[in-house]
Ligand binder design. Structure first.
Ligand SMILES: [Mn+2]
Length: 348
């Protein structure tokens, strides 16, 4: 495995030198975060970032993410234009040496939590999702933590209204059309696509979601069999869905050569509904068996990129919720330990 770290570009508050100091961390995943969906990325911007990274002994092999515009997900009259832009962005990324592109196909919200500052008993803070808080949210007057600056109320309501008419099947067909268009480009330029699962893996506000479980993945891979059509195994996102068997999914899709990227984080189930807290990475902190997941990856030949995911806010660090340095660096150390132990002595 190749361990990497998410970096939000030159404005990220975490110095690249600190990321370089994380044991075994070979690079970052990043993106042109100031470009809007539907805009062509500048090669010069990517090359400048790559130079900054290389100067700190870090690679830029993975992009997280190239955004998929709502036009593409809706399949409206602007979809084809935006698909062509996406193809151009793949070409630009390939010219900068990128090997894996993470993306998602979630309408409107690509993650959802009810609290960005959930206080844990030890004084740390986590992102969390409470079923009881969620059902109190008024879908006609949405104020969601972390989302209030992304859309105006009118824009949001308008988008939600358009999607109310869309079935899961229609969204799936729009994903297939997108993949049938872009995968030949990926094969030509040597990029593997890695779709990120729905977070959390169920419908929210009647928005259809189609990358939530094994059945969804099997259908998508059967429809577009190219190995360039792959997965970001985000254990926290799939794991929030209690029907998902993560060790089984890790083994199955690693064996198929579909897992190009893995986000390895834990979640702690906090009631008998859907509520969860983003726990520390170790198995003892949450509800997932991280060692079993990593063992299934290793014994089934996984050789992709791995990163820790949302960390807790610990040691009074502050900063962007989920994306501080300290807990994610602890996550890296833990991931290194699991892989080393299993690769050397734990295959049987
Ligand atoms: Mn993830």
């Amino acid at each position: 495995m190749k361990l990497i770290f998410r970096w939000y570009g030159p404005t990220d508050s975490i110095p690249l030198q600190f990321i370089d100091q994380i044991p075994n961390c070979s690079g970052v995943c990043t993106a042109c975060y100031d470009a809007k969906p539907g805009e062509v990325w500048k090669l010069s911007t990517l090359l400048e970032m790559k130079k900054m990274l290389n100067d700190n002994h870090l690679d830029m092999d993975v992009i997280e993410s190239i955004p998929v515009s709502e036009n593409i997900k809706l399949g409206n009259e602007l979809a084809q234009h935006d698909i062509e832009v996406f193809k151009k962005n793949l070409e630009v990324c390939a010219q900068a040496g990128v090997k894996v592109v993470c993306y998602n196909f979630m309408p409107v919200f690509d993650w959802l939590r009810t609290d960005m500052h959930h206080k844990n008993e030890d004084g740390s803070e986590s992102l969390s999702y409470s079923y009881d808080d969620f059902v109190k949210v008024d879908p006609h007057n949405l104020h969601l933590p972390g989302w209030d600056e992304s859309y105006s109320q009118d824009e949001l309501q308008n988008l939600l209204d358009i999607y109310q008419k869309m079935s899961h099947e229609q969204l799936f067909q729009n994903l297939l059309h997108f993949l049938q268009e872009i995968i030949p480009v990926c094969e030509r330029v040597g990029i593997n696509m890695a779709i990120h699962p729905d977070d959390p893996p169920w419908d929210v506000f009647h928005l259809p979601r189609i990358v939530s479980n094994e059945e969804d993945l099997d259908r998508m891979f059967a429809a577009v069999p190219s190995k360039a059509n792959g997965l970001t195994l985000c254990t926290g996102s799939f794991g929030a869905g209690r029907c998902n068997n993560l060790p089984h999914m890790a083994g199955k899709y690693a064996k198929q050569g579909r897992i190009h990227f893995a986000h390895l984080r834990n979640v702690l189930y906090t009631d008998d509904k859907d509520s969860f807290v983003e726990a520390g990475h170790a198995s003892c902190m949450g509800s997932l068996d991280m060692a079993k997941i990593v063992k299934e990856l290793v014994v089934n030949g996984f050789d992709g990129y791995v990163r820790p995911d949302h960390g807790r806010n610990i040691f009074d660090e502050g900063g962007k919720p989920g994306y501080g340095l300290y807990d994610r660096a602890l996550g890296c150390a833990y991931i290194n330990g699991l892989f080393e132990a299993i690769e050397k002595y734990g295959r049987n």
